[in-house]
Ligand binder design. Structure first.
Ligand code: SF4
Length: 288
């Protein structure tokens, strides 16, 4: 679907939502326009598909404009137009990002209540009751976990920014590597240097490792020997005496086998995070 912008350059915000609402990229045209009046900033969306044209308008007071609020009315207008063409309301409403709980967690950390977080997801992002409940529930657990941290506690994230293929909606820093896993050796060598420097700096500054997470990309794209090498480097470099959780993320089932899973456990990780993206095969196929 062609997307034309008029009066603004917030393409990413609108395009991501378009991709989420029309994942099969059907024929059609969409226009997202922003006009500035003396009193109002007005966002208008017009979408034409299968001969039917729908529109929606959202606005905010011109004096209250921020980047976040401007993008919000652009997305809201696009969403309110798009749902007139869809068979059912999307479970996550007008949210197009991959971390909906970021919004609810921020809201709770800033003093909001679970009830007001639910209202925010309903009134601003049009999220369905079931998913709102899920997001607020997850955020409440996150806030509880945050309260357990002491000032010198640190959570360390180790990124493996490579994947076998690229998912259509991906906004992460990741590069497609296919089967050329030998390219990972150079990356691992640099990563090991960084791990040692980070561990030394933490020690010098009295920081404690509280949790360690190997994420991606797809960390399980590492071969078993590469995974062992990384886990052993981490074990040698950091002091794990206060670490309560050491996680390896395994996103794609085709990158995991029994040997690798055993190696992950035997070389120190005590938690796996499995990210299936979705349990629906048809959606997985569209994602690539
Ligand atoms: S597996 Fe994750 S990081 Fe990799 S392409 Fe898909 S969404 Fe992006």
């Amino acid at each position: 679907m062609d997307l034309t912008l008029i009066g603004h350059e917030d393409r990413y915000a609108v395009e991501q939502l378009q991709m989420a609402l029309f994942p099969e990229n059907p024929e059609g045209t969409a226009v997202s326009a922003l006009s500035r009046g003396k009193t109002w900033l007005t966002a208008t969306a017009r979408i034409t598909r299968n001969g039917k044209t729908v529109t929606a308008v959202r606005r905010l007071k011109a004096g209250e404009e921020t980047v976040r609020l401007r993008r919000r009315i652009l997305q809201q207008s696009y969403y309110l137009a798009a749902i007139q063409l869809l068979d059912r309301k999307p479970a996550w409403g007008a949210l197009a990002g991959v971390r909906p709980t970021k919004i609810t967690t921020k809201h709770l950390l800033e003093g909001g209540t679970p009830r007001s977080a639910d209202r925010l997801m309903k009134d601003v992002y049009y999220v369905t009751p079931e998913r709102r409940h899920l997001a607020v529930d997850c955020s409440e657990s996150t806030v509880k976990a945050v309260s357990l941290l002491e000032p010198n506690d640190l959570s360390v994230y180790v990124g493996i920014p490579f994947c076998p293929t690229r998912c259509s909606y991906c906004s992460f820093v990741s590069r497609t590597i296919g089967k050329k896993t030998e390219l990972l050796d150079a990356y691992l060598a640099a990563l090991e240097r960084e791990i040692r420097v980070t561990a030394r700096l933490m020690k010098e500054r009295g920081k404690h490792l509280r949790t360690l997470y190997i994420g991606g990309g797809t960390p399980s794209i590492l071969t078993t020997p590469q995974m062992i090498r990384l886990l052993d480097t981490l074990r040698e470099a950091f002091d794990f005496s206060r670490c309560i959780e050491f996680t390896v993320e395994g996103g794609r089932p085709d990158t995991l086998d029994l040997e690798k899973l055993r190696a992950i456990r035997e070389h120190g990780a005590d938690r796996m995070s499995i990210n299936p993206q979705t349990m629906e095969d048809s959606v997985l196929r569209v994602c690539g």
